[in-house]
Design a protein around this ligand. Structure first.
Ligand SMILES: [Zn+2]
Length: 120
């Protein structure tokens, strides 16, 4: 269930946003949104690279609270930077929902996560 939500938010939701708000160039916009998924390359720096119940927000460098304000700032720039900002924020939002779903079934994950500790 969590995986279904996660992948549809990562792939289907950005397509909807692109189609609804940028209809005349939605394919190009969608590609830019998909390209922002490259921020997940920061997971390769982690050890282990994949850990199912780890909340990526506040953990990985490109998901840290130091870079999120920069993503928000992109929203106020011109295209294509604004589109990159939207894609990045959709991504962070998706990962955030993922963290909430993880915390709902794994209380210790909440204590291990910066985001979780901020919410406690
Ligand atoms: Zn991510």
């Amino acid at each position: 269930m969590q995986a279904v939500v996660h992948y549809s938010l990562h792939f289907v939701f950005p397509a909807l946003v692109a189609y609804v708000f940028f209809r005349d160039s939605w394919q190009k916009t969608y590609l830019i949104f998909l390209a922002t998924m490259l921020v997940d390359l920061d997971h390769l720096l982690a050890n282990p690279i994949f850990q199912p119940d780890r909340c990526s927000i506040g953990f990985h460098p490109l998901h840290s609270f130091y870079v999120i304000p920069f993503y928000i700032a992109l929203l106020f720039c011109k295209k294509p930077y604004r589109l990159i900002g939207i894609g990045l924020m959709l991504h962070i939002f998706t990962d955030f929902i993922d963290c909430l779903m993880t915390f709902a079934h794994c209380h210790s994950c909440m204590g291990e996560s910066i985001l979780g500790r901020m919410m406690e």
